[in-house]
Design a binder for this molecule. Structure first.
Ligand code: ADP
Length: 668
């Protein structure tokens, strides 16, 4: 294929000397305006037309002052011209100045101006070279404003290049990290990162290289003095004019306070829930220390308890991080006993206020110095644990750094100190109560053992007496007074035997040794047998005895002799506590198909309402003491309950009679 002919480039225009001047003027990038001695515009090039918005025709012949100078400066301009014409002095001539100009639409622009003067045919002709610098000025202004914003920002604003070298550093960065711009610019950003977090930086750089911003990333950085700083960082890529990523800007905000407050709140919550639990001090202690240690850079701690009698402090629990030397330090702490004023806890015990040591290895009143130094511990802090206005313990914490507690921490530990103190107090009271209860229980058991032995030993010698005297009674060969004597012996020995039997029963019940031999039994028969035993007594006291055995099902599963013992006891009491001419009534019923109700009531002396419950306790008697040990009802109640029944007493008060009701289940 034939190549096409290239189009011929147009020939340059042919112009004369005037035309050349015109072409030169119009191709100039700057505005060129000339003015004659009268102040009128004689030339107005293309750039001037473009900048000021007047055509050459409009401009030429106009007074320059009224054309492009803002009204406020016009008179000054005219005066300057007059002054030059009179004296030949022109202070602005030949210099570069920045002035305000005004455009045809009235808007103002900033121009850079240089004026030269030439003598043309004996008259001065002025040439002004002007350049519109409004945009440049605006740009510079914007940069200055931005720089001021960056400098006055409370956040650290840092930039770095893609190899992680710091390239700018504002005032807040200096305040936050402690490095001046001279010290840090040109250094790698890694200088600010604690060793254990150094792997963060390559990951950040990688994301920046991909053009991804990283927002609100909470981390820890290191100041020039080595102390750690909690910050929240936003990292954004920085691009050049071509959109190429050339580095990153980093805005870091100090969140030490926020993190500290969060940690304190978390610790408070953790301690409160530990204290609310049912932990013992030994269980809760290390957890409490750990929770409080998390507030700061504490790596170990202990709780000391005060021995009030000895006025000394001993360690009741420790917690420590897994770091060299700390286990040994805890062991030394456990083995240390401190007196008042001795060591850090001893000092707190005396002052009753928090105390701290900047560096324990240089403290003269710190008995554990060697172990602390071996564990690389420096800062120590301790506060009292108190309850009811008294210090009952001390909590101490240690750090490998020098620590100065702030006011906030001091008021926090004041609150924690009294909560923990109260917890210790409650636990100590619980332990004391437990000790007392155990002592009482073992005393009770000893008493039961003693009663069992005693009753047995007392009962044994009675048996041969009863056998012998019982065998002799009613022997017609004996003189009557001897027979009466023998009867008296039998009655009294029987009475004594019954008292001892009651004691034996009671001790058996207390020791869970009473055994029932259950069989289906007719409760009416058992009531009849019991009645037989007390019949003589009742009739000799002229009491009216009524039996209303209405239960159609009186069959119960019972130990017959024990249930009879209960009925006898109630009947015996009814007769014993009812004055002559009174009445004793026995009633039975089946209020429900499987329930048997047995009621033994009398018209006797009655019982005060406040004694109704107590009479079932061993050795309890209502009102003045009478014959008997007050054991019958206690034994009866235990026996009825062993039959899965209940026994209750009712009385309308003294003189109003008494009613006992036994509730049993009938046998199926
Ligand atoms: P004791 O009769 O050996 O004192 P109990 O345990 O049988 O022991 O009775 C305890 C107490 O209950 C009696 O001392 C008496 O004060 C009171 N009591 C028991 N039964 C009656 C009753 N029927 N009327 C009035 N008081 C009674």
């Amino acid at each position: 294929m034939e190549p096409k002919n290239e189009p011929a480039s147009p020939d340059p225009p042919v112009i004369g000397p005037d035309g050349l001047n015109r072409a030169l003027l119009d191709s100039a990038l700057d505005c060129i305006i000339t003015m004659d001695a009268s102040g009128s515009v004689t030339e107005f090039n293309a750039a001037a037309q473009h900048v000021f918005g007047y055509s050459r025709e409009e401009a030429v012949g106009q007074e320059l002052a009224s054309l492009i100078i803002p009204p406020a400066f016009r008179e000054r301009h005219r005066q300057g011209l007059r002054h030059y014409l009179e004296t030949g002095e022109g202070p602005v001539l030949g210099r570069r100045i920045e002035i305000t100009g005004v455009r045809s639409d009235g808007s103002e622009i900033l121009v850079e101006l240089a004026i030269t003067v030439l003598q043309v045919q004996g008259k001065p002709a002025f040439t002004a070279y002007l350049r519109d610098i409004t945009d440049r000025k605006r740009g510079e202004e914007a940069i200055r404003r931005l720089a001021a914003i960056i400098e006055s920002s409370d956040d650290a604003i840092i930039s770095k290049d893609l190899s992680g070298i710091i390239t700018s550093w504002n005032a807040a960065a200096e305040r936050l990290f402690g490095y001046t711009p001279e010290e840090i610019i040109g250094q790698p950003l890694i200088t600010l990162i604690p060793p254990e977090r150094r792997d963060e930086e390559p990951r950040i750089l990688e994301r920046i290289q991909r053009g991804e911003p990283i927002e609100h990333y909470d981390t820890v950085r290191r100041r020039k003095d080595g102390s750690l700083l909690d910050i929240s960082v936003t990292v954004s890529p920085v691009k050049d004019q071509n959109g190429q990523i050339i580095g990153a800007s980093k805005i870091a905000r100090d969140i030490t306070e926020r993190v500290r407050n969060e940690r304190r709140r978390t610790a408070q919550y953790a301690v409160a829930s530990l204290l609310a639990g049912s932990w013992s001090l030994a269980e809760a202690g290390p957890r409490i220390i750990e929770s409080i240690a998390a507030i700061g850079d504490w790596v170990s701690g202990s709780i000391w308890l005060r021995d009030k009698a000895e006025e000394s402090l001993s360690c009741a629990g420790t917690w420590h991080q897994d770091r060299p030397g700390l286990a040994d330090f805890a062991e030394t702490t456990h083995a240390t006993l401190l007196t008042k004023g001795h060591g850090l806890p001893g000092r707190v015990l005396v002052s009753r206020k928090p105390a701290w040591i900047r560096d324990v290895s240089h403290d003269t009143n710190f008995p554990r110095t060697a172990a602390a130094a071996a564990a690389n511990l420096k800062g120590a802090f301790a506060f009292p644990l108190s309850a009811e206005g008294d210090v009952n313990g001390v909590l101490e914490l240690f750090s490998p750094e020098i620590v100065e507690p702030d006011n906030d921490l001091l008021s926090l530990v004041e609150a924690l100190g009294s909560q923990i103190g109260l917890f210790i107090h409650r636990r100590q009271m619980d332990e004391e109560l437990k000790r007392q209860k155990e002592a009482a229980e073992s005393a009770n058991a000893a008493k039961d053992r003693f009663l069992a032995t005693l009753s047995h030993e007392l009962r044994t010698p009675l048996t041969p007496i009863l056998i012998w005297a019982g065998g002799m009674v009613n022997d017609p060969s004996l003189p009557p007074e001897i027979d009466e004597g023998l009867q008296m012996i039998c009655r009294n020995v029987e009475l004594e035997a019954r008292l001892i039997d009651d004691l034996l029963d009671l001790t058996r019940i207390a020791r869970g040794k009473l055994q029932l031999h259950l069989r289906k039994s007719d409760a009416h028969d058992l009531l009849g047998h019991a009645m037989e035993i007390v019949r003589d007594e009742i009739s000799s006291r002229q009491l009216k005895l009524s039996m209303e055995l209405n239960a159609s099902n009186p069959i119960v599963l019972a130990d017959e002799s024990r249930l009879q013992q209960v009925f006898w006891n109630l009947l015996n009491n009814a007769s014993k506590f009812t004055p002559g001419q009174g009445a004793v009534t026995v009633r039975t019923s089946n209020p429900q198909p499987h329930a048997l109700w047995i009621e033994i009531s009398d018209t006797g002396i009655g019982i005060e309402p406040q004694h109704l419950e107590k009479i079932f306790d061993a050795f309890e008697q209502s009102g003045t003491r009478r014959e008997g040990l007050g054991l019958g009802l206690a034994i009866s109640k235990a026996i009825v309950e062993m039959h899965r029944g209940s026994i209750r007493a009712f009385s309308d008060g003294p003189g109003k009679g008494t009613k006992f009701v036994i509730d049993l289940q009938t046998a199926a």
